[in-house]
Design a protein around this ligand. Structure first.
Ligand code: CA
Length: 302
């Protein structure tokens, strides 16, 4: 039971899809052009959009971009091309799922339900709080240290999926399945691209992660911020910091609470030298030390 916006220029396909989706209980708005589709998204706020990429008036990818600029509506794209590169391009451009033409109305209905299920499951959840990072699944708002962070829908979904399994490593394959609905994988780069966008917005880098920790060859782990990971560019209050117009003698220099030298220096468990560091008797000479003797003379083998 969803309000489905169907944009398809082929009269026969549009009519038959419209009929079968209505029969499945959906309220369908069938339109034939990209321009009408974009206008309808803004005006009618459908639950899901089914978008044919080959339209007479606008390129389907442009329609997708226009829709994304005004709405987070889930978009299922119908395309004739199923090569990896095209599919990844569509997903990166903001599509939630895709179907390859020709497709059955039963498949479309299943995909519509799957997309809505993925979104709907997030609607009744508690706020997730992880050391400075707060995620509200209902309002879909995220803050870092109390400061709101603007995320795209996919970035938010990615963060939410990771937060549901905070502390555990989640593989890219699992993320493709849970965030993009692609259990068969095939778009690691899609995950990487969204992760890097997400990192930038959370104020971290792969080299200096605060929340998103890559585990090479395995996946990504969302973990609470480590206070030691914020060395910060020297909040040293001294008067030298603001050489400026010298007209601010008094309290102008706010040292700020950020200077917490405390736990930053964690030397960790002292380095244990281990057995390798014992030079003396521990290393038996072993047979390996006699390479020449072990080598058979040429021609010795039968
Ligand atoms: Ca078409």
């Amino acid at each position: 039971m969803a309000r489905v916006l169907l944009v398809e220029d082929d009269d026969a396909i549009r009519t038959s899809l419209s009929k079968s989706l209505s029969a499945a209980g959906h309220a369908v708005t069938p339109l034939a052009t990209g321009a009408e589709g974009v206008a309808s998204v803004a005006r009618d706020r459908p639950d899901v959009m089914l978008l044919d990429l080959g339209l007479p008036d606008l390129d389907g990818r442009d329609v997708l971009a226009m829709v994304r600029s005004v709405s987070d509506v889930p978009v299922i794209v119908a395309t004739a091309r199923d090569d990896d590169a095209s599919v990844i391009k569509l997903l990166d451009a903001g599509a939630d799922d895709y179907v390859i033409k020709p497709f059955s109305s039963a498949q479309i209905d299943a995909r519509i339900r799957a997309v809505l299920r993925r979104l709907g499951s997030d609607q009744q959840s508690e706020v997730v709080s992880l050391g400075g990072l707060e995620i509200d699944p209902r309002s879909r708002e995220v803050t870092v240290d109390g400061v709101p962070v603007e995320l795209t829908r996919k970035e938010f979904d990615l963060l939410l999926v990771l937060s549901r399994r905070a502390g555990a490593v989640v593989s890219k394959r699992e993320l493709l399945a849970d965030v993009w609905g692609l259990p068969w994988g095939g778009g690691d780069r899609t995950v990487d691209v969204h992760l890097s966008w997400l990192r930038r917005k959370l104020g971290e880098t792969a080299a200096e992660p605060r929340f998103l920790h890559s585990v090479r060859g395995v996946g990504i782990k969302l973990a609470p911020a480590n206070p030691a990971a914020q060395p910060g560019p020297a909040v040293q209050p001294g008067p030298a910091a603001q050489p400026g117009p010298a007209a601010q003698p008094g309290p102008a220099v706010q040292p700020g609470p950020a200077v917490q030298p405390g736990p930053a220096v964690q030397p960790g468990p002292a380095v244990q030298p281990g057995p390798a560091a014992q030079p003396g008797s521990a290393v038996p000479p072993g047979p390996a030390a006699q390479p020449e003797a072990a080598r058979p003379a040429s021609g010795a083998q039968p």
